[in-house]
Design a protein around this ligand. Structure first.
Ligand code: PMP
Length: 381
């Protein structure tokens, strides 16, 4: 199989697997236990916390480990909402479901939610955000980069607006941190979330950054109550091996991020060149290139093709139609709808995302394979 679905999840880097294996044997003790074995495990968890803090430009005391970005987004949004019952939240139409559905839940419970529309590229502007802030706005939540079309949002500009207004800004950076250097101070964000399994780390672990400014006076309300781990915000015994794996994953990202971004952009270009040359089926790009888009994402619509019919013919190629998180719902992608694509173009849309272990030959083979499978029946070789 040629794996081109790195936005759904990434394979683990062998270096991450290695440290996790060691962690499972050497650091199995509960990091909350006071005995020597527990203390050794605790030190490794804290080492990972330092790595994550460096990765986002925060302090160690501002990092909380969670089970992933879904949980981190829930804690961030519900935790902030809880500070102002019935208050107002601003988000954007192309956010991940873990943000949109959390906001929809809060709306049902009496909060007021503004979902900002995006432009044809999938961007919101800082002016849009500024225009919708109210006296009772408790949180603005905008993602760093989109998981279906790769659009990068102008977070630093939005951050200047929210800072000036004294409103907290949350950024779901799950899809961005692998490609973009992130600094919470430069971005002006107060809460930031991401996940291990999108950056060659393990599944089931994520990180939440919360600025100490926000928690100086009172902590955020937790979703789960229990043992008081993670300073009471996320109870439950630490997933030590996964946390240690996440610490290694972020360190590796920092080492290779820039060169990988350039390499992946070239792979994407090679794929598109080959697809254009080999394809008898016209296609349209739904994602873009350049500084406003992730370098490894490609979303395109094949004309006259239903992507749902196409996928079974592409058994050797792991790609997705729209967002993998939505594919069981079988409803048209909310992201592609938000950028104004007509239904037939959404129907023909596929998402490919290249990754750390993708070779140029994979990209070219995938383009040829796709071109062949997309031809009308009878014209396929
Ligand atoms: N946010 C974004 C932008 C994502 O792409 C994803 C994963 N599809 C998530 C949040 C959820 O991450 P997790 O799988 O770690 O819960």
């Amino acid at each position: 199989t040629i794996y081109l679905d790195h936005q759904a999840t990434t394979p683990m880097d062998p270096a991450v697997m290695e440290v996790m294996q060691t962690a499972c044997t050497q650091y199995f003790a509960n990091p909350a236990s006071p005995h020597a074995a527990g203390v050794r495990a605790f030190r490794e968890v804290e080492r990972a916390r330092s790595a994550v803090a460096r990765f986002v430009g925060g302090a160690r005391s501002e990092i909380y480990f969670t089970s992933g970005a879904t949980e981190a987004n829930n804690i961030a949004i519900k935790g902030m909402a809880d500070r102002c019952p019935g208050g107002h939240i601003v988000t954007a139409a192309t956010e991940h479901k873990s943000v949109l559905d959390t906001c929809a839940y809060l709306r049902e419970k009496g909060w007021s939610v503004t979902v900002l529309p995006v432009d044809a590229q999938g961007q919101v502007t800082a002016d849009q955000v500024a225009g919708h802030l109210r006296d009772d706005t408790v949180l603005v939540s905008v993602m760093l980069a989109n998981n279906e079309i790769g659009t990068i949002q102008p977070i630093a500009e939005i951050g200047r607006v929210t800072r000036q207004a004294g409103v907290a800004l949350h950024c779901d950076a799950t899809q961005g941190v692998g490609s973009l250097a992130v600094d919470v101070t430069e971005l002006g964000v107060d809460l930031l979330t991401f996940s291990g399994h999108k950056i060659y780390g393990p599944k089931g672990v994520g990180a939440l950054y919360i600025s100490n400014r926000l928690t100086d006076t009172a902590p955020l309300a937790p979703l789960m109550h229990g043992g008081g781990q993670e300073r009471g915000l996320r109870a439950g015994t630490h997933n030590t091996a996964a946390i240690i794996g996440l610490g290694t994953a972020v360190t590796l990202v920092e080492e290779v991020r820039e060169q990988e971004a350039r390499r992946l952009e070239k792979l994407r270009h090679a794929f598109l060149t080959e697809l254009t040359a080999a394809s008898g089926t016209p296609f349209r790009l739904n994602s873009g290139t350049g500084p406003d888009f992730l370098p490894h994402t490609l979303n395109l619509s094949l004309e006259g093709v239903d992507a749902q019919d196409l996928l079974p013919r592409l058994a050797g190629l792991a790609i997705s139609t729209g967002s993998a998180c939505n594919s069981s719902a079988q409803e048209p992608s909310h992201v592609l709808r938000a950028i104004g694509l007509p239904p037939e173009q959404i129907k023909g849309s596929i998402r490919l995302s290249f990754g750390r272990f993708t070779q140029e030959s994979d990209a070219i083979d995938a383009a040829r394979y796709l071109a062949g499978a997309a031809l009308p029946e009878g014209a396929r070789g």
